[in-house]
Design a protein around this ligand. Structure first.
Ligand code: PLP
Length: 450
């Protein structure tokens, strides 16, 4: 079939050279680990591949399985490993801090938390200078929602369809992908149209989507809202970048209705989009509250909320406390991440490698009809697969096959979107042009073999 379709000349691409020997692995093998996982870890935890993959070591943009087989990591532990797996500077910061003090509590002074807060605040525009540390993106969004409700005196939150903001009982309400929704009370949350240029009803017309927000406030609320939350590139939803100019219009509308504007930077932050340090800057807005996690700690369980002194003051009414938030080890690691990203100019690097990869993927789109859309910025890229370009019918089964083929070829990508038909390419930020070329060649090869 390959030669009939003219693909016989294509040879499977080889992984780029990488000068690193993984340590010999003597631990339990996949079957044993999988057995325990099935028995002891809840049934809702899904595994990604048909044949479970036992990852035992990581170095920069590469992962190694139990047999020492190397994989190009194009998903970074769900967009979390920012500097690279086991980056030496981050490793050394964590190790040195661990030897001195792993935990005391934030009721005492420790310089690591203060230094890290100062470092984060220095990356923020406007009056966003007060930092709260938590342990995850979900916790960050919980806290942001609490602040929005207390500060505004209103309850209603507005979020976008196709958004993911967390899986706790209240952030599930903000999330708007039914694959993640348990049937529990969702609180006062309104989901407005998703300004998705590829699938949205108004294409890229930010004004019409913004009118939907106004309409929702007028018809679905008392006219007053607590806040609005959005990612500028929806991550779990399939790397969907909001229509240009949307946030500017919506922030105005929400503020007029008494609400605060929250930017969820859990995936888009820290220069990953290449063009800017924060995703919200791509839409030329300054939020009132910014939430972050994932890349902030290169894999450490760490999250943060940054806001203005005025909004932060609402939490002075009571105690707001988080036992592990800003613990010395995570803070030392987080500060090292900030320094590495600057020292290695990773934002510029993401812009260069990202635009090269997007250009190559767009060329591939001209070759393969199954590629309906290529989108994203920097190293936050989505490739949406469809069986029919006009109808945009999700190529769900084909995506699943290609996903397995990519693994066979030595690449781990993410899968996402409501229909599971989007490849999410969000590697560690040290991913190179050569890696990008390999990924595109492998995708080309795998599609050709469908
Ligand atoms: N916000 C966004 C945009 C996310 O992508 C995620 C996780 O994928 C979260 C919040 C929740 O973060 P966590 O899984 O750290 O709780």
């Amino acid at each position: 079939l390959g030669s009939e379709r003219g693909f016989s000349a294509l040879a499977a691409p080889e992984l780029p050279a990488f000068d690193y020997e993984p340590k010999p692995y003597k631990g339990p093998l996949a079957d044993e680990v999988f057995g325990k996982r099935k028995k002891y870890l809840g049934p809702s935890i899904f595994h990604y591949y048909q044949k479970p993959l036992n990852i035992v070591e990581g170095k920069m943009q590469y992962l190694f399985d139990e047999n020492g087989r190397r994989y190009l990591d194009a998903f970074a532990g769900i967009v979390t490993v920012s500097c690279g797996h086991c980056h030496p500077d981050v490793l050394s910061a964590i190790t040195e801090q661990s030897k001195l003090l792993q935990h005391a509590t934030t009721i005492y002074l420790h310089h690591a938390i203060a230094d890290f807060a100062e470092g984060l605040a220095s990356k923020m525009p406007g009056n966003l200078k007060v930092v709260y540390f938590v342990n995850s993106g979900t916790e960050a969004n919980e806290l942001a929602m609490l602040m929005a409700r207390l500060y505004s005196g209103n309850l209603g939150m507005i979020a976008l369809r196709n958004a993911y903001h967390g899986g706790s009982s209240s952030t599930i309400g903000l999330t708007a992908l039914n694959t993640w929704k348990y049937p529990i009370p969702q609180g006062e949350i309104h989901h407005v149209l998703n300004p998705n240029p590829y699938r949205g009803v108004f294409g890229s017309d930010a004004k019409l989507y913004a009118e939907d927000v106004q309409d929702h406030i007028e018809h679905g609320t008392s006219g007053r809202v607590a806040g609005f939350i959005a990612e500028t590139i929806q991550g779990v939803g399939g790397a969907v970048e909001l229509a240009p100019g949307y946030l500017k219009l919506v922030y105005d509308i929400v503020r007029k209705a008494g609400g605060v504007c929250i930017a969820d930077e859990v995936q888009t932050g820290f220069g990953r989009t290449g063009s800017h340090y924060w995703g919200f800057e791509t839409q030329e807005v300054i939020p009132d509250i910014v939430t972050m996690a994932k890349g902030i700690g290169n894999g450490l369980p760490l999250g943060a909320v940054v806001t203005t002194p005025e909004i932060a003051s609402v939490l002075a009414q009571k105690i707001q406390f988080n036992t592990f938030g800003g613990n010395p080890v995570c803070s030392a690691g987080g500060l090292a991440v900030l320094r590495v990203l600057d020292k290695e100019k990773r934002q510029v690097h993401c812009a260069e490698v990202g635009s090269h990869m997007i250009e190559r993927l767009t060329n591939l789109q001209h070759k393969h009809d199954i590629i309906g859309d290529v989108r994203g910025r920097g190293l936050m890229v989505g490739v949406e697969l469809v069986t029919d370009r006009k109808q945009k019918t999700p190529a769900k089964a084909e995506t699943a096959v290609l996903f397995e083929s990519l693994r066979e070829l030595g690449i781990l990508v993410g899968k996402g979107g409501l229909h599971g038909n989007v490849f999410r390419i969000k590697p560690p930020m040290c991913f190179t042009k050569t890696d990008a070329d390999f990924l595109v060649d492998a995708l080309d090869y795998a599609i050709s073999k469908l």
